[in-house]
Design a protein. Structure first.
Length: 279
């Protein structure tokens, strides 16, 4: 009787598992429910590999949820769908709306699997101040990871902490292109202090920051000392001919700068699309 009872229990458990798997396959149940079911029903399971159909995990958000569930279950296995999303040394989630939960998953993956991150694109992800704070503290606490980054784009995330994140990695990294457009009230003196002796950044975008003639004069001193910057975007600010003149005079002592963009400023010359090419 005990053996029969055990057989019945095993049968019903197997049938239950099968029905759940069918439900997942047909309805695309979310990853949290699936993973909690999997690990609660099979707590001792030694899963070496898990592949989920692309129809269920068709986007990066679901992959992040799946990875977080694996971490919560203390699993050492990473599903193929997740590892393929974080391919090589690049993370590109441009335009994907993220919440702090997702940012935590990203930094957890980077640190846990010693990813040699070189490019991070979270442009227009709307991660807000909480998400930015997570990034700031992560890079500040992991200078070895920050030092490998060559490209980062955090523009379009509705956060006043954008500058803090850049500063947390800037001193460690090998960034060649920096987008500091629309920083939201960051004093240009801070940018000038960072850029004055910088030897890695070749392209700098500080457009749409509301900078005026005094700010342009402050930054002109950077151009007299920096011998790496070749492209500078000063467009869509509040700079008049006076400020542009200050910049142009500093260009005379700079043999590296090749492209200067002053489009959509208050210049007295008759154009709204003024760019200078010194190459």
């Amino acid at each position: 009787e005990q053996q029969l009872s055990l057989m019945k229990t095993t049968f019903w458990k197997s049938l239950y598992n099968f029905m759940w798997m069918m439900y997942v396959g047909i309805n695309g149940i979310n990853s949290e429910v699936f993973m909690k079911f999997l690990y609660k029903s099979q707590p001792g399971a030694n899963i070496m590999e898990l592949t989920i159909s692309s129809s269920i995990y068709s986007n990066s958000l679901k992959c992040l949820h799946l990875f977080q569930c694996f971490m919560e279950a203390k699993s050492e296995i990473v599903p193929k769908e997740v590892s393929s999303m974080f391919h090589s040394n690049k993370i590109d989630m441009h335009g994907v709306q993220l919440i702090p939960y997702h940012i935590s998953s990203i930094v957890l993956y980077i640190s846990k699997y010693s990813m040699q991150l070189q490019s991070l694109n979270l442009r227009d992800c709307h991660i807000g101040d909480v998400g930015m704070s997570i990034l700031e503290h992560f890079f500040a606490a992991n200078p070895d990871i920050a030092s490998n980054i060559k490209h980062i784009d955090l523009f379009g995330n509705n956060s006043v902490l954008l500058w803090n994140v850049y500063c947390s990695i800037f001193g460690q990294s090998k960034l060649k292109e920096v987008n500091w457009s629309s920083l939201g009230g960051v004093d240009i003196k801070e940018i000038a202090a960072v850029m004055y002796n910088n030897t890695t950044v070749q392209s700098l975008d500080i457009s749409s920051n509301g900078y005026n003639d005094d700010d342009a004069e402050i930054f002109s001193k950077v151009l007299c000392n920096n011998d790496t910057l070749s492209t500078l975007n000063f467009s869509n600010n509040n700079i008049s001919t006076k400020g542009a003149t200050k910049i142009s005079k500093s260009v005379k002592c700079n043999v590296v700068l090749q492209h200067l963009n002053f489009s959509w400023n208050s210049l007295s010359i008759n154009t709204d699309n003024f760019e200078a090419d010194f190459s």
